[in-house]
Ligand binder design. Sequence first.
Ligand SMILES: NC(=O)c1ccc[n+]([C@@H]2O[C@H](COP(=O)([O-])OP(=O)(O)OC[C@H]3O[C@@H](n4cnc5c(N)ncnc54)[C@H](OP(=O)(O)O)[C@@H]3O)[C@@H](O)[C@H]2O)c1
Length: 288
Amino acid sequence: MRLLVYGAGVTGSLFSARMYEAGHDVSLLARGERLTALRAHGVLLAEGDSPATRQVSVPVVERPVDRYDLTAVFVRTHQVDAVLESIAGLDGDVLFLLNWAAGPGPLGAAIGRERVLLGFPPLAGTMDGEVVRYRATTLMTRLVSMPIGEPDGRTTPRLERIVRTFRSAGINAKAEPQMDAWLKTHAAFEVPLGQAVRAAGGPEALAGDPDAIRDMIRRMRHNLEAMPTRPVPRGFNALRTLPEGVLVALFRRFLRSPTAAPLGTASPAVSAELDRMAEQMRAFSRAR
Ligand SMILES: NC(=O)c1ccc[n+]([C@@H]2O[C@H](COP(=O)([O-])OP(=O)(O)OC[C@H]3O[C@@H](n4cnc5c(N)ncnc54)[C@H](OP(=O)(O)O)[C@@H]3O)[C@@H](O)[C@H]2O)c1
């Protein structure tokens, strides 16, 4: 499978490096200073805070240069429009692995409905200059899967092929029959969480403000009620059913844990993504 990875930030870099190391035909599309840096030294990876970095020489391109069987898009929500424009005239399937609560409609309208697949990257990390610092592998992180689905939920030969190819590189991909609902559920949770962290000035600060956490939980519940379907995965129902006091205690613990630390990354791109996701969610709440 000839693969183009569109977007060379944290998740695109990690994914392309894994696929390349597993022997796949992959190109990584980058721009600006990132493109220059990648051309100079390839993808640099480090586990957690380790000073040891590993170099992976993934081929880098500035624009799509060929026909790709699959383009995997790893950009921020507010950056998708420009990507759609640049791939509209090409062939091949396109898998959007990002936060997206607007459904497959706008993606299909721009590039052709039959080309679109949806997913979400489990590959968490941060950029430290040019080094991608990824979360150390534990039993828990091994269990986290990369859900991928057809917009209409069918299990198609192309979906099976993509899942198989990713799994061959050690990526825990899994076919998800309700991918749009999965992404909307994720946004219903992540937008209030991100906004509350931003307003408080970081996860630690939010952990120290139970009133702000209660307000955040109420907004999550409101979003889940406004969803066109039931939450996916079903575990998110706990946000509706557990007593508020229990949820406040669980969130305080989570916000003080190392897992929540990346939520404190305050960059213009993170902020712009959050605002675009909030807009997408308001649209589906109104549509109900
Ligand atoms: N990071 C995580 O741990 C994590 C975990 C789970 C899910 N996610 C989600 O996964 C998605 C991708 O996240 P990320 O962390 O990989 O984002 P990121 O680090 O900000 O990377 C996005 C990359 O795409 C590039 N880009 C954007 N538009 C482009 C264009 N038109 N042409 C070429 N390059 C373009 C950006 O370049 P510029 O810097 O020049 O804009 C940047 O290098 C987001 O929806 C995010 O919320 C992230």
